[in-house]
Design a protein around this ligand. Structure first.
Ligand code: UT7
Length: 371
């Protein structure tokens, strides 16, 4: 593709400010230009919230479910317990709680939210949860839709919301939700994967702000060549419909369970996450030394340790709550950010390097300045 065409398309995707002079690309990024890496989006995060189910399953509880031990799970993953939705509970309920908290912190009136994106792979409704979450929150002027990118969903949704706010549209405020209930889709007979996942929701309010730089840079990737390493595929059963003649065999819908090659996902994450963080930092004209906090998708403490070490960052700068929640997929980054902000760890002006990775395969990074 000609460079001029690529630049043109990128400026469309990245919005008017993607090539603003205040946030220019480093030479390396310029020479390796790809479509989903850009500098500042003219918006900033101003509210965050989260919610998790009350029901807790500890590692010791899982010893009664599969052949495992608290010791194996803690040392191999860093997880101690996970929260799970019970049968009658909904992921929309958690997402709404999280959204309410984020709106309250932001001070934005729900009617002034223009966009609600719900990042999820496990919505209550296959047609999407964003519109009913918006309705429950009173965001009656918002356009809402779901975005599925597995554990990268919150990152991809933040970038997508930033494009809307950065473009010359009427949109001023967006609510980005990450919500997943993977306990519904885990194979509870598979000790390789059932020990990892938990349920939860987080939400963040982004507001348009051309003068400040709250989403400083981002980079996002996917590679369907790795699809087999982690998926949750369709698995319908035959359903005869009595159309004229012999009838038609259709498919009655349902899904399989989560299938994961843990070792391959581990290798992919430790290889790609440091790279994508460096790409986003370069797009933001920053270096690792400018980063106050590293916030990775909460999947495995060993992945976080390896990524931090590859970036040359001490573990004291790594935000993690994996021990208490397990891997909550699209919800893991906003839940951890919410706790870090509310506990006073993350302060206004702090730079947070976030990265998500997961099924697709997909991975991405966004560099945020809080507040
Ligand atoms: O959101 C993104 C999604 N996923 C991830 O990020 C997952 C990335 N991968 C991982 O976190 C790790 O690969 C796992 C935690 C899934 C597995 O840890 P590992 O250190 O890579 O273990 P392994 O798969 O190499 O298995 C080592 C051994 C095997 O036994 P053998 O073959 O050596 O006898 C497994 O059968 O550990 C065994 N094992 C277990 N033992 C006790 C696997 N799961 C368990 C278990 N309890 N729950």
């Amino acid at each position: 593709m000609k460079l001029s065409l690529a630049l043109g398309l990128l400026s469309i995707i990245g919005g008017a400010d993607a090539f603003s002079t205040s946030r220019s690309f480093s030479p390396r990024i310029k020479s390796q230009l790809h479509m989903a890496t850009a500098g500042s989006l003219g918006c900033r995060p101003i509210g965050i919230g989260s919610a998790a189910p009350k029901t807790i399953i500890t590692n010791s509880d899982l010893e009664d479910v599969v052949e495992t031990s608290d010791e194996w799970i803690s040392t191999r993953t860093g997880i101690s317990q996970r929260r799970v939705l019970q049968h009658e509970e909904t992921i929309k309920g958690l997402a709404t709680d999280a959204g309410k908290q984020a709106l309250e912190m932001s001070g934005v009136d729900p009617e002034d939210i223009d966009l609600v994106i719900c990042a999820t792979s496990s919505s209550d409704d296959l047609f999407g949860d964003a519109t009913s979450i918006a309705a429950a929150l009173g965001c009656k002027n918002a356009m809402g839709f779901d975005l599925t990118a597995a554990c990268s969903g919150f990152l991809f949704s933040t970038v997508t919301a930033g494009q809307f706010l950065n473009n010359p549209s009427n949109m001023k405020n967006a609510l980005v939700v990450g919500a997943d209930a993977l306990s519904r889709w885990v194979d509870w007979d598979d000790r390789n994967s059932c020990i990892l996942f938990g349920d939860g929701a987080g939400a963040m309010v982004l507001t348009r702000d051309k003068g400040s730089h709250g989403v400083l840079g981002y980079s996002a990737h996917s590679n369907g060549g790795g699809y087999d390493e982690l998926n949750l595929g369709y698995c319908g059963s035959p359903r005869m419909v009595a159309t004229p003649g012999d009838g038609t065999t259709l498919s009655e819908g349902s899904y399989k369970k989560i299938a994961m090659n843990g070792r391959e996902v581990y290798k992919f994450a430790t290889r790609e996450v440091p790279r994508v963080l460096n790409e986003a930092l370069e797009a933001a004209d920053l270096t690792v030394d400018d980063v106050d906090w590293l916030l990775l998708h909460q999947a495995n403490i060993r992945i976080m340790e390896t990524v931090a070490s590859r970036l040359g960052m001490p573990m004291e700068k790594v935000i993690t709550n994996l021990a208490d929640y397990g891997n909550t997929s699209a919800a893991s980054i906003p839940i951890a950010l919410d706790e870090a902000v509310r506990s006073g760890k993350v302060k206004k002006g702090d730079v947070i390097a976030c990265a998500g990775f997961g099924a697709g395969l997909s991975w991405g990074s966004a560099i945020l300045r809080w507040g």
